[in-house]
Design a binder for this molecule. Structure first.
Ligand SMILES: [Fe+2]
Length: 204
């Protein structure tokens, strides 16, 4: 858990748009393909879930996954986000050698899966408790892989902490307020905001 000196909304924006991995987490989990690959966004109002999916068919394998999975070539990489406002965020991540897809029956024995969970807990208007956990389904008994992934995940999360804390200071430092510009990649984050606004309205 980390405490962020940034409003919870900034963390949600960050997690709903993983294209930032290319720029902020290069050398760990960011490669050019993340920012280059379009996303699909779906909203299930009844279930209260926003889905954002990015499927990279042929991508570079970032060091983070090369070292932990043993894959040496290019990869097929999926990032399937499932956000249940206001606070439960799940990232289903799938990594496999390029071209390897799940079987027709849904089994997926040749892929590596990583599950990331965040419980985003606002503390004040401008600070957030950031509870997070990461699980995997490979090399379960390999202590070296566990240690490597623990440190790498910690580094990546701290890179986000640093960036969002700076962003918060920039936003609060604007005496005349600020204007947001949203682009295509923000569709997931904007859908999340709309759902959060409806929840807040219903609760008031
Ligand atoms: Fe990040």
């Amino acid at each position: 858990m980390y405490k962020r000196q940034a409003r919870a909304g900034l963390l949600i924006d960050n997690l709903m748009d993983l294209s930032h991995e290319t720029y902020l987490h290069g050398g760990y989990i960011g490669t050019p393909e993340v920012a280059e690959t379009p996303i699909t966004t779906e909203v299930d109002d009844k279930a209260g879930i926003v889905y954002v999916s990015r499927r990279m068919a042929d991508a570079a394998c970032p060091p983070f996954y090369a070292r932990s999975t043993g894959i040496t070539g290019r990869i097929t990489r999926w990032q399937d986000i499932e956000f249940t406002p206001p606070c439960l965020y799940k990232l289903h991540s799938r990594i496999a050698p390029a071209g390897v897809l799940p079987n027709a029956d849904g089994t997926d024995p040749d892929a590596f899966h990583v599950e990331v969970v965040y419980a985003i807990t606002p503390e004040t208007e401008s600070s957030t408790h950031d509870f997070w956990a990461v699980a995997r389904d490979f090399a379960l008994d390999d202590r070296e892989v566990s240690d490597f992934l623990r440190e790498s995940n910690r580094t990546v999360v701290l890179q986000d902490v640093t960036a969002l804390d700076v962003l918060e200071r920039v936003l609060t430092g604007e005496p005349d307020g600020y204007q947001e510009l949203s682009v295509n990649i923000d569709t997931g984050g904007l859908a999340a905001r709309r759902m959060m606004a409806r929840l807040a309205e219903a609760a008031s």
